[in-house]
Design a protein around this ligand. Structure first.
Ligand code: ASP
Ligand code: CP
Length: 330
């Protein structure tokens, strides 16, 4: 028998007072989008819409009063870190912020399992961003409290994919029947790895536009294929822009390249300009997980189809929903 038996809070007889043990996702980790069904997504989006309504009406409320989130970030972040903080605080909870592990005992050489096992003594849920693929899974193996993967190297970014899908749903009112085109760094971009997997649960068509060296990994193409989703790869955006309902643009992930000359060669491979938008559908939306570093010209921002800052806001509601769910309050 394994020396360490993973034991999450929902298998503990000592439930925190007031937690709904039968709430979907209570005490669960969120590590990969592979764990979600369409029914789960409908449920999460229903809660996210309620969160949006509450934020618009009253701003903050005490659903998670007394709960504490540890934000443990080994990689830089603006949106994920701040939106989880805002989500927790709008729900009446509080946050332990570790956004620069340099100033924590990680700099003394402390391991990830020890770090999460210590933080969970103070917090009810841990949000983790880490440069290594599989790190969230490793942390979850050791932690008793829920771990939420906020990006594990070139692996996944499941909460981003949920907010991306929520964006498509809110903006287009449906997902089935859409053609989604992903552009840029499909090799290292963890957001597109998660999003392609999540979209494969729907009746969609996926186009992948990238330089040859940054193609969508074969194992993800294979997984998506298992769902009978039509997929096609391109080197040129002109071939597919006119048929796209959502254009998902990504940054070339400089930090993942071993050879910086190679990065220089592809960094400006695809740039969305007002001219690009001329051949796009009237109803198309342009998305980007952000940060952008030149892939979408600022002149595009005034186009009503530019949805990337609305996407940021949808992220708050989705993360509020996820926190309420894993903490047994939704
Ligand atoms: N912010 C997203 C991520 O952390 C996308 C990016 O950094 O390009 O994966
Ligand atoms: N989209 C996203 O994950 O942004 P940050 O890297 O700023 O958190």
């Amino acid at each position: 028998m394994a020396l360490h038996t993973p034991r999450k809070i929902n298998s503990s007889p000592y439930l925190p007072f007031g937690d709904k043990q039968d709430a979907p996702f209570y005490g669960k980790d969120i590590l990969s989008v592979k764990q979600f069904s369409r029914a789960d997504i409908d449920y999460i989006f229903g809660v996210a819409r309620e969160m949006e309504e509450m934020v618009r009406r009253i701003g903050s409320f005490d659903l998670l009063k007394g709960k504490i989130l540890a934000n443990l970030f080994y990689e830089s972040s603006t949106r994920t870190f701040s939106s989880f903080t805002s989500a927790m605080e709008r729900l009446g909870g509080s946050v332990i912020p570790i956004n620069e592990v340099r100033y924590s005992s990680v700099s003394k050489g402390e391991s990830l399992p020890d770090t999460v096992r210590s933080l969970e003594s103070y917090a009810d849920v841990i949000v983790l961003r880490h440069p290594e693929m599989g790190s969230a899974e490793l942390a979850a193996k050791y932690a008793r409290k829920p771990i939420i993967n906020a990006g594990d190297g070139m692996g996944e970014h499941p909460t981003q994919a949920l907010l991306d899908l929520f964006t498509i749903m809110q903006e287009m009112r449906h997902i089935d029947g859409l053609t989604v085109t992903m552009v840029g760094d499909l090799k290292y971009g963890r957001t597109v790895h998660s999003l392609a997997r999540l979209l494969a649960l729907y009746d969609v068509r996926l186009n992948y536009v990238s330089p040859d060296i940054l193609k969508m990994p074969a194992h993800i193409l294979e997984e998506v294929k298992q769902h009978n989703i039509p997929q096609a790869e391109f080197n040129c955006l002109d071939d597919v822009i006119a048929q796209s309902d959502a254009l998902y643009v990504t940054r070339v992930q400089k930090e993942r390249f071993e050879d910086l000359d190679q990065y220089e060669g592809v960094k400006n491979a695809f740039v969305i300009t007002p001219e690009t938008m001329e051949s796009a559908k009237e109803e198309m939306i342009v998305m980007h997980p952000l940060p952008r570093v030149g892939e979408i010209r600022m002149e595009v921002d005034d186009d009503p189809r530019a949805a990337y800052f609305r996407q940021v806001e949808y992220g708050l509601y989705v993360r509020m929903a996820l926190l309420a769910m894993v903490l047994g309050k939704a």
